[in-house]
Design a protein around this ligand. Structure first.
Ligand SMILES: [Zn+2]
Length: 309
């Protein structure tokens, strides 16, 4: 083990990980990827049926050299990049019926859904876990070519799939679906809604997918009106921040927007939409509802709204 690798391993064992370096220039370098596959200190993140291996409140990173038997499971292997000096791979182990009985996985944690536990992970660990989950989901759903129906094969460390039919040879790249999420405000109030399928009494900011030929701002204005009847001007839509949301494959793009009126109209998309005051949002339980936590962009939008004077 060289010094840099030892440092990387120490980092991976602690709660503070370096940010993943995607090092995209190495993806076509087969020698570099194979060297990482053999190197002492390379890390492996197993994903089982969209769930991540969580050990307490950390993401469990396996030592690839000791978990090599997992590669025989036959799931897709993706080179994610470098974590410190260590190569970092994600592996789909969904084929295992009882993954925690595999010797490489026993006693290493439990497979859990990041939607529910991601907020408890340190930020860099959550980021790598979201990356691993999102790209392995994409691989599972793209075994066939959307152009000709032939089978596809992964290339470039798992960052592209290529159609095996020679006459086609279409390249398919990992897909992310942009969705807008918006906190609509009017003075001291903001607009939240709830979908029928959500837990009872949960309210959140409005959201929807961007359609072809639409700007993000236009998508915001359209979704707000469709879901609530409230109009916002495209010029009044302000960017907040974005967040990968691979449940299964979205990028949430957050905005705030000033309402042009307060009148609400029932919609098919939401069970209910209401104006909530800052006083209500500061103590939702006392007012009989709750809002998403800080792991989600919705929770961060609400927090930022409350922080304003
Ligand atoms: Zn094809």
């Amino acid at each position: 083990l060289n010094h840099a690798t030892l440092r990387a391993m120490a980092a991976a064992d602690s709660d503070v990980w370096p940010a993943i370096d995607r090092a995209a220039h190495l993806r076509k370098d087969i020698d570099a990827l194979e060297a990482d596959l053999r190197a002492e200190g390379s890390l492996l993140l197993p994903v089982w049926r969209d769930q991540s291996l969580i050990d307490g409140e950390r993401l469990a990173a396996l030592d690839l050299a000791r978990a090599r038997a997992l590669l025989d499971v036959g799931g897709e292997l993706v080179w994610l990049g470098k974590l410190g000096a260590a190569g970092c791979f994600a592996l789909d182990v969904s084929a295992l019926p009882e993954p925690l009985q595999h010797p490489a996985l026993a006693q290493r944690g439990e497979f859990k859904d990041l939607r529910f536990v991601g907020g408890a992970l340190p930020a860099e660990q959550a980021a790598v876990a979201l990356y691993a989950r999102g790209i392995l989901y994409w691989h599972r759903r793209h075994a066939h070519c959307g152009a000709c129906g032939g089978t596809t094969a992964a290339r470039e460390g798992g960052h592209v799939r290529v159609c095996r039919a020679e006459a086609c040879a279409t390249q398919h790249f990992p897909r992310t679906d942009p969705a807008v999420i918006v906190l609509v405000h009017d003075g001291d109030d903001c607009l939240l809604g709830r979908q029928r399928t959500w837990p009872k009494t949960m309210y959140s900011t409005l959201a929807g997918f961007v359609e072809p030929g639409e700007t993000l701002e236009q998508a915001v204005a359209r979704e707000v009106e469709e879901e609530s009847g409230v109009r916002v001007a495209v010029d009044d839509v302000r960017y907040f921040r974005s967040q990968p949301w691979p449940f299964p494959s979205s990028l949430m793009v957050g905005f705030t927007a000033r309402a042009q009126g307060r009148e609400l109209r029932a919609s098919d998309e939401l069970e209910d939409a209401r104006w909530f005051s800052r006083a209500q949002l500061r103590d939702p339980r006392a007012h009989g509802f709750y809002v998403p936590g800080r792991f989600s962009l919705a929770g961060q939008l609400i927090e930022a709204f409350l922080a304003q004077p």
